[in-house]
Design a protein around this ligand. Sequence first.
Ligand SMILES: NC(=O)c1ccc[n+]([C@@H]2O[C@H](COP(=O)([O-])OP(=O)(O)OC[C@H]3O[C@@H](n4cnc5c(N)ncnc54)[C@H](O)[C@@H]3O)[C@@H](O)[C@H]2O)c1
Length: 259
Amino acid sequence: MSSNERGVIVTGGAGGGIGIGATRVLAQAGWRVLVVEINRPAVTAMQAEAAADGWHADVLFADITEPDAPARIVDHALELYGGLDGCVNNAGVGLVKGSTEVTDAQFDTLMAVNIRAMFRLSRAAYSALEASQGAIVNIGSINSRATLPKYAVYAASKGAVESLTRGMALDYGPQGVRVNCVLPGLVDGPQTREVLSHLTDDVEGYLESWIKSKQALPYLTGRDDVGRVIAFLLSDDARAITGQSIVVDGGTLAQVSDR
Ligand SMILES: NC(=O)c1ccc[n+]([C@@H]2O[C@H](COP(=O)([O-])OP(=O)(O)OC[C@H]3O[C@@H](n4cnc5c(N)ncnc54)[C@H](O)[C@@H]3O)[C@@H](O)[C@H]2O)c1
């Protein structure tokens, strides 16, 4: 592969929010992107958008929590690209439920997708990333720093993402592999709207009021805003950055109280 044609895995890379934002920004920047997905309609929609916009992503259908998924995903990327330069652990699930109401199964699902699968895929990708001096970008959330009622288990899973990122950065750094995470605030997309629909009957109104009261900036963070930060962290421009969490939240965490 030439230097402007590097291979990257993006889990959940067809999701209508951060996933497709990352996939599109990376594909348009010359990366060869392997999207790992369980959602067939989302992949169909992504492929239609890619065809219309003139970019391409490869697809592997796999549930990242399956025991053999990490090896299958990395092997597939190596077959396609002959090497691997990046791994974006984006796939994640949300949960809005009071701590006393959360079931064992819900707790286990959140941890399985949001942190265990991230750890296992990163571990499986490590050798190939060492060979290419590549990088991992994990998608956390501002919920690891400050959270909301009914977000305790989601916040815990994202707290683990930050800690794992820091620890892996120390383990992999001496071999030249960088590991960082991005902490998005509220990002527009279908998963966000689905989660919010459990909190309010008026999702549009909720988003407007969020911008006015919870952010410094007067517009919602879009999928490409996060995608561009991911692309930066994967690029050689970020060669001295590892073990860091980059907050992409329009200024939400900068505020001590609502505006
Ligand atoms: N949307 C937000 O406002 C927001 C804010 C902070 C953090 N995040 C985090 O960003 C990431 C992306 O969230 P998003 O809301 O943009 O969603 P997204 O649009 O990127 O969609 C996520 C995709 O992950 C896929 N996925 C889920 N479980 C999977 C599994 N087991 N195997 C393979 N694929 C799987 C889904 O099919 C979906 O298409 C998540 O980790 C989320 O927690 C999102």
